[in-house]
Design a protein around this ligand. Structure first.
Ligand SMILES: [Zn+2]
Length: 503
């Protein structure tokens, strides 16, 4: 996280946060058994950073080679796994959240019984178990690593500061998403089709059926922040999973699903509902803030339309908590540095930038017109010299120009075009046009002629004696010279080459 973001984290989760509402549901206390996902310590107490627990199982895994080509959407937000072996570690219980409900994996550290820290790169749900992907450094033998985590060994699962900052951001955004989706549903009858917890500190978004007006956005934001300032409480209710009920997910009129059902491979046997007091009840496995207090939901005041084959949807972007502060800090510094470049106050930046763009367009248009005019002038001069030369003589000419244009060859082409358009029909000529920037660090060369053989002869000599690389067809050839282009060396050589060629 950015150093500019000072966040005072709440210190503890109220005991009323996690409510087991079914009298028959118990949380396993046997250290040989893993607490199922849905009842993990990180889900019972989202502010808990450290937990003494026991190893239930540990196996070595050799990660599969990452698929070639495009990175998957998830790999952006989950730390990448190393090529070497890693440990798949199941603990009795954990403060490290396995990815789920749109919330990415936590990172963290497991401290072994000798007090040595082991880095947890990812945590994933497998059936009902949270599996910690533990990094094995190159200096450690894999068998020795496994021996550290024999079942029954006491360890400590922790979220270090970086891991807790990451988690705190994720749960702030996740709880905000529940609040936002609930208000969109109740106030505007707009169900959330999906949402994305993007990489920090980009705004997250919910996908909805249509764009929203600025008035609707303002209204939802005001409603949300009133609830934030009230500090509405959030709590979790868990019961045994009724499998018939588990697979139901509301569908829209056109048959599309709104929201997500429980994953098919979930075997934890727990139904978990996140309740925002008086606002929303939503099945979810994520970690959530105990209160809306301090969330400060901010909705970006526009929606982005998306078109996919047969349907059109819109994305509504939002920010909250530490991410909001970091995002505002970075966008503000971008704005003030732009304002300083434009020598104006921040509110004038859009006006000044569009003014600069308009000016530039006008200037480009003017340069184009002047170039055409100048190319015509140079060409007329060449034609006049050619006519003065006598109709039966081969006219030979070398012209070098200094030009800082990003495409100097285009201007040489313009001269060539204007020249050939105003030539007498029977003219015999060979011209070498060259151009280098004011730094003389390189040059472009264009050879044109009335006879293909003359052009080829001149091009071969320019390649050989000057070192220009290029190619051409018919009666034109162009090339590039890398290095310092000097009047008394390269240019003099070109003049010598022209002098030595006869029709
Ligand atoms: Zn959720």
């Amino acid at each position: 996280m950015s150093g500019a973001t000072a966040v005072l984290y709440p210190s503890h989760t109220p005991s009323s946060y996690h409510r087991v509402v079914s009298p028959t549901l118990t949380i396993p206390t046997d250290p040989q058994i893993s607490v199922p996902v849905g009842l993990l310590a990180c889900q019972r107490d989202p502010l808990l950073r450290e937990l003494a627990t026991t190893v239930v199982n540990c196996v070595v895994s050799q990660p599969a080679a990452p698929p070639a080509g495009k990175k998957s959407k998830k790999s952006v937000i989950a730390p990448t796994l190393p090529q070497g072996p890693i440990l798949h570690l199941i603990l009795h219980d954990t403060v490290i959240f396995p990815e789920g409900g749109g919330q990415p994996t936590d990172t963290g550290v497991i401290i072994d019984s000798d007090g040595e820290p082991w880095e947890v790169l990812q945590c994933k749900r497998d059936g009902g178990h949270a599996v910690h992907y533990v990094n094995v450094s190159d200096s450690i033998d894999v068998d020795a690593a496994v021996a550290k985590f024999t079942p029954g060994t006491k360890v400590i699962a922790t979220l270090d500061q970086a891991a807790f900052d990451r988690r705190y951001d994720h749960m702030s955004m996740h709880t905000s998403q529940h609040l936002l989706s609930a208000l969109l549903e109740t106030d505007l009858n707009l169900p959330t089709l999906s949402w994305s917890l993007t990489t920090y500190p980009s705004p997250c978004y919910v996908e909805i059926l249509r764009g929203m007006t600025p008035e609707e956005i303002t209204k939802i934001q005001e409603r949300a922040n009133r609830l934030v300032f009230e500090g509405r409480k959030v709590h979790i209710e868990v019961t045994e999973l009724d499998s018939a009920e588990a697979s139901s997910v509301p569908t829209l009129e056109d048959g599309r699903a709104a929201g997500k059902a429980l994953p098919q491979d979930y075997t934890g046997g727990v139904k978990r509902v996140v309740v925002i007091d008086g606002v929303d009840r939503n099945p979810c496995c994520g970690t959530h803030m105990p209160t809306l207090h301090n969330l400060q939901l901010f909705i970006l005041p526009h929606t982005e339309a998306l078109s996919r084959s047969s349907t059109t949807t819109a994305r509504l972007y939002f920010l909250c908590g530490p991410r909001l502060i970091t995002y505002l800090t970075s966008t503000h510094s971008l704005l003030t540095s732009t304002a300083s470049i434009m020598s104006c106050g921040a509110p004038l930046v859009p006006e000044r930038v569009s003014q600069v763009i308009d000016d530039r367009k006008r200037a480009e248009k003017r340069v184009d017109a002047l170039e055409t005019e100048l190319a015509g002038g140079i060409a007329s001069g060449l034609v006049a010299e050619l006519n003065a030369n006598g109709a039966d003589q081969l006219f030979k000419k070398g012209i070098h120009r200094t030009d800082d244009s990003s495409n100097p060859l285009a201007f040489l082409n313009a001269i060539s075009l204007a020249f050939s358009n105003s030539l007498p029909p029977s003219a015999s000529y060979l011209c070498v046009l060259s151009s280098s920037p004011s730094s003389s660090s390189s040059a472009v060369v264009l050879i044109i002629g009335s006879d293909e053989k003359l052009v080829k002869q001149a091009a071969d000599l320019v390649k050989e004696k000057v070192g220009v690389k290029g190619g051409g067809k018919g009666n034109r050839w162009s090339g590039k010279f890398m290095g310092a282009w000097k009047k008394d060396v390269q240019e003099a050589t070109v003049q010598g080459i022209l002098g030595g060629i006869d029709a």
